[in-house]
Design a protein around this ligand. Sequence first.
Ligand SMILES: Nc1ncnc2c1ncn2[C@@H]1O[C@H](COP(=O)(O)OP(=O)(O)OP(=O)(O)O)[C@@H](O)[C@H]1O
Ligand SMILES: [Mg+2]
Length: 350
Amino acid sequence: MADAVFREIVEALPFPVALVGPDQRLRAANEPAIALFGVNAVGQHFVVSLRNPAIVSGVERVLARGEATEATMRQLQDPREMLWRAVIRPVTTEDGRGALISFEDITAVEETGQMRRDFVANVSHELRTPLTAFRGFVETLRGAARHDAKAQDRFLEIMEREAERMSRLIDDLLSLSRVEQEVRVQPREQADLVAITEQAIALLSGGPGAGRITLDAPSEAVVQGDVRQLQQVVTNLVENALKYGGADGQVRIDIAGPGRDAVLQRMAWRLSVTDEGEGIEEHHIPRLTERFYRVDSHRSREMGGTGLGLAIVKHIVTRHRGRLRIESEPGKGSIFSVFLPVSGREEVSE
Ligand SMILES: Nc1ncnc2c1ncn2[C@@H]1O[C@H](COP(=O)(O)OP(=O)(O)OP(=O)(O)O)[C@@H](O)[C@H]1O
Ligand SMILES: [Mg+2]
């Protein structure tokens, strides 16, 4: 193919592509490729721009023997490291065999794989810790504590608590995976946030600290949503506020709106849960909705936490086209606010 045609095709492609001629000089490179190499070295020996050893030897092999090859290349593109797959194929140029290199950005694929591996490692760790304790207790109950009724009671109690935590972990994992599956399915039910919140409070009132919750809300606040999932959102946020809000701190739930939300760019209700706990330092805030992320994992575990509560909240809110905002002042408390678009025909047409 004529070099001019090659050049035109290379320039038209949206991903990085470069052509090395039989003379080992860079014959063409499109803008994405030049951005990737950091230099525009068209006309010079290809190693001026392509320093990656795997790619250099791949190009040499293609030029010498005409065998297509592939190579991966890590590149620090501030602020993150990108991973590229380079495919190097022989092409026939005006004066002989050249090498065409095309680059595919596989950073996201790699990240997804990494996330999956982290996830499995986390789940295994979360399950292994209580199981190890369990095995230790069984041994003690069979041995040292065989005739010690008091110790037996204590151990059995701890075992019961750990078993409950494991079941909760599995329930949370299942509900997370369900929400993830449905994340692109828009919920269709009419859901009243006020009724949902009242119900969540009623369910929690069996537990400790229910008397600390107050609710300030209009008579109703209807959104298009999944009632069960929204109840889970409120329950998780209120549970956290009770858990991390100090032993006798008040927990205030406010439902306000509807008002135009500048971020969502539509009319939305706001549901806020405010506590008087010790608050959260700023650098933790963006990470709280990651699975298994806990500020103080030891303390959270002691309280039976799995670190999945806010990840579930985030997914449910995303499914409802809403957003979650976390504000906190260390020493004073935290406010977790959920913004949910109001239901209504004029809002669906976006
Ligand atoms: N209201 C709050 N005040 C202070 N810290 C909070 C508050 N809510 C959440 N956190 C912090 O965020 C972390 C993650 O919360 P999340 O609800 O996801 O997990 P958890 O409460 O530890 O466990 P789970 O909800 O699964 O029982 C908590 O471990 C805690 O460190
Ligand atoms: Mg929680």
